[in-house]
Unconditional design. Structure first.
Length: 252
């Protein structure tokens, strides 16, 4: 499994595998992790820290864009092993604790398995950790505004992918961490390029997810970092316009 670590701005790094990405935000001697990948990405997560000269003891906080298992994979391990607080939007608390599950059901994935790309994705992420979830036992919650964690990310609520999905703005770094509000690589078809909304079957409410993008449009940033796919080097305005234009465009 590949691991890419790209510095998108001073002290801000996107780490990504074939299937998911997380973000490392440095602030002095401390680090905030935004998402943590799948449970079986732990070795890659630690390797991504090592590549920038950091270790797990430097992690002062974990902030989750949402509670899906491919984003909270090692959050509980960090909480138990290093007493790292895990923070989520208050509307995402139930998803993160496993009290409510808002994600595409495994049976629905199997129902689409006649498509070779879906079958390949399902098998690979199944081996990668889809059937294992280490739900976080205790979380701190926030609503919006700047968080009191290294890097001071500003929460921008973007419900739709899940009920409490949040993006994070780093205004002093010129970075928007979009989580799954936007993607630049399709989970089933990696030939798809450009900025997109996630497909309907991955969202709790795609219409709401599209409407939430308007909260990102006016933000000042030069790079948008998605939860799936490489960074988009451009403004949130351009990224949102591209995603919404593609959604409205008639299919062939």
């Amino acid at each position: 499994m590949r691991l890419d670590v790209v510095q998108v701005a001073p002290g801000v790094h996107q780490a990504s595998t074939n299937y998911v990405a997380w973000v490392i935000v440095e602030d002095g001697d401390e680090v905030t992790l935004v998402d943590t990948g799948w449970a079986r990405d732990r070795s890659r997560l630690l390797a991504s820290l090592a590549r920038i000269g950091r270790g797990p003891a430097d992690v002062a906080a974990i902030v989750l864009t949402h509670g899906h298992r491919d984003h909270q994979g090692s959050a509980e391990w960090f909480r138990r092993q290093f007493d790292v607080p895990v923070e989520v939007h208050e509307d995402e608390r139930a998803n993160t604790l496993g009290e409510r599950v808002e994600e595409v059901p495994t049976l629905k994935v199997f129902g689409m398995a006649w498509r070779p790309s879906v079958m390949a994705w399902g098998l690979e992420v199944g081996l990668h950790g889809r059937f294992r979830t280490d739900y976080v036992r205790t979380v701190r919650t926030f609503t919006d505004g700047a968080l009191d964690v290294p890097g001071r990310p500003v929460c921008i609520p973007t419900p739709g992918h899940t009920s409490g999905h949040a993006a994070f703005h780093l205004p002093d770094r010129g970075v928007l961490i979009a989580g799954d509000a936007l993607m630049t690589r399709h989970p089933f078809d990696r030939s798809v390029s450009g900025v997109r909304l996630l497909s309907d079957y991955f969202n709790t409410d795609t219409a709401q997810a599209a409407a939430s993008l308007e909260r990102l449009r006016p933000l000042a940033a030069e790079v948008v970092v998605p939860g799936h796919g490489p960074p988009y080097f451009g403004t949130p305005t351009d990224a949102v316009t591209e995603a919404l234009t593609h959604r409205r465009a008639p299919s062939g």
